[in-house]
Design a protein around this ligand. Structure first.
Ligand code: C5P
Length: 247
């Protein structure tokens, strides 16, 4: 649980805005509206597959910290190579799927280390593993994916694998942060999508909470897309969320 109130600057530095846009032009237009707010930019599948590494460089040039959300999930050697290439891009954080197992998770760390050793990367990005997507509920987990038990049990299992592999933290629902911190330690990072300010549409997200409750729950980073990117005034929507986080 977070005890001290956040300053607006501290709150902004915890927000990762998901720039889920179909091309660089739309993403950069949005980024320009948010520039100077102190938030991160999250580049995911939609934008990266359309605009590639160039858009990452453009966002970095505008001063954003970058979370490259490509959720790698492949054999360990391929994830090692992919992670080495990602480290070369100079992003601040990227992610893999914990479901790939410990060897794959270690492959990600190895790829980053290779980039650092070869002088291809100036700094080490944080490596985060996805536990269970925040669009997954109990019925999907048990009936479709075939994992028995509760969502929290599955999340904690994957968080444990991630910790064992030496990575920096996990993507999970804000509802699971307390249990993850208890099991893996307070320094083990939690990155949480599934954030919905009061009155906003949940969309396809299932395991959700408000920005205020996510902060109270102790999450390190709040990933927020549509409540900001779909708002008529994204900068105003971000400011309102920051206010809520500080209240
Ligand atoms: O629009 P919304 O706030 O739902 O956006 C959430 C963002 O977080 C999306 O870019 C989605 O890909 C990403 N994400 C997620 N659940 C995860 C990992 C990433 O929703 N487990």
């Amino acid at each position: 649980m977070t005890k001290t109130k956040l300053s607006p600057e501290q709150a902004a530095a915890k927000v990762m805005v998901a720039l889920d846009k179909p091309d660089a032009k739309a993403a950069l237009l949005l980024a320009d509206q948010l520039q100077g707010a102190g938030c991160w930019a999250k580049v995911g599948l939609e934008l990266f597959y359309a605009a590639g590494a160039d858009v990452v460089r453009e966002l970095k040039a505008r001063g954003f910290k970058i979370f490259l959300d490509l959720k790698l999930h492949d054999i360990p050697n391929t994830v090692r190579g992919g992670s080495r290439s990602i480290a070369k891009l100079g992003v601040d954080m990227f992610n893999v799927h914990a479901a790939g197992g410990i060897a794959m998770l270690r492959g990600a760390a190895q790829g980053v280390q290779e980039a650092l050793d070869a002088g291809e990367a100036a700094s080490r990005p944080l490596i985060i593993a996805v536990t269970q997507l925040t669009s997954t509920n109990q019925a999907t987990l048990n009936g479709e994916i075939g994992i028995p038990g509760t969502v929290e049990e599955a999340v904690l299992r994957y968080a444990g694998l991630t910790k064992e592999a030496g990575l920096d933290g996990v993507v999970a629902s804000p509802l699971e942060v307390g249990a993850i911190k208890s099991a893996c330690g307070t320094d083990f990072l939690t990155v949480t999508p599934g954030i919905r300010p009061k009155g906003s549409d949940a969309g396809d997200q299932q395991r959700i909470t408000t920005p205020h409750d996510a902060v109270i729950g102790g999450t390190d980073y709040l990933v927020i897309g549509r409540p900001i990117t779909g708002a008529p005034d994204p900068a105003a929507a971000l400011n309102k969320i920051i206010e809520e986080m500080c209240s």
